[in-house]
Design a protein around this ligand. Structure first.
Ligand code: SF4
Ligand code: FES
Length: 251
């Protein structure tokens, strides 16, 4: 295939960015989207031009490092990670726009790379448990209802890619935060910090500049791990519960 990509180029966080067009020929339908960018970067390097900066690591959908907006959609036309998107999803002659995540809380570092350390700070403010470490406990020592275990596991599959934020018109990270609250809040080990966790993580979410959730649902529609909107309901329920306990204690 021969395609044209229009890529957001921005030398650094302070500089102005712009879309730059590149023709890419000999693109195989068996290539991944990132391999197509690798090929383009090799050609740019051989021509003495600056290669396009983008993030990736595992390239198998588990680390959460990759993520760009492709033709206006976070991670592109298929509900998967950018690294698992294949060029067979495109056609010969296509013009493909590639932009970084657009959100105030994710400032552009260079080209398609954004700073997602705001997610780390949300995790630091409550995404942990205080259970003592040591030898691995027996697998059946602490019975957990199957539904709770399954829901917690599904929430734990969030890879922190940030597509939910990029897709949300409010730039909200409530799907990400709700996934962490659900994952830990359903486990017996997560109970001691359950109240402080939700208050701490939601406060950090707001302080980082993420917007509020207005139930639009774009986040869940692009999430490569199919995290459901119910995690946000659970977050809201935990928040109300935590606040009512705080006010009861102060009464
Ligand atoms: S909730 Fe989904 S889209 Fe958001 S960070 Fe987690 S895996 Fe990515
Ligand atoms: S590079 Fe790890 S999820 Fe895409």
């Amino acid at each position: 295939m021969k395609i044209t990509v229009r890529v957001w180029r921005q030398p650094n966080a302070q500089a102005e960015g712009r879309m730059v067009s590149y023709d890419v020929d000999e693109v195989s339908t068996d290539m991944s989207f990132l391999e197509m960018l690798d090929v383009l970067n090799e050609r740019l390097t051989l021509r003495g031009e600056d290669p396009i900066a983008f993030d990736s690591d595992c390239r198998e959908g588990i680390c959460g490092m990759c993520g760009v907006v492709i033709n206006g959609e976070a991670h592109g036309p298929v509900q998967t990670t950018t690294c698992q998107l294949q060029m067979r999803s495109f056609s010969d002659g296509d013009v493909i726009d590639i932009e970084p995540w657009r959100a105030d809380a994710f400032p552009v570092v260079k080209d398609l790379v954004v700073d997602r350390s705001a997610f780390d700070r949300i995790i630091q403010s409550g995404g942990y448990i205080s259970a003592p470490t040591g030898a691995a406990p027996d697998s059946h020592a602490m019975p957990i209802p199957k539904d709770d275990a399954d829901t917690a596991f599904d929430a734990a599959t969030c890879i922190g890619c940030g597509a939910c934020v990029a897709a949300c018109p409010n730039g909200s990270a409530m799907l990400f935060t709700g996934a962490k609250i659900t994952h830990l809040g359903l486990m017996p080990q997560g109970q001691p910090e359950r109240d402080s966790r939700v208050i701490g993580m939601v406060s950090a979410h707001d302080e980082e500049g993420f917007g509020g959730c207005t139930n639009i649902g774009e986040c869940a529609a692009v999430c490569p791990k199919e995290i459901p909107l119910q995690v946000i309901s659970r977050l809201n329920r935990d928040m109300l519960h935590a606040l009512s306990r705080c006010s009861n204690v102060s009464d």
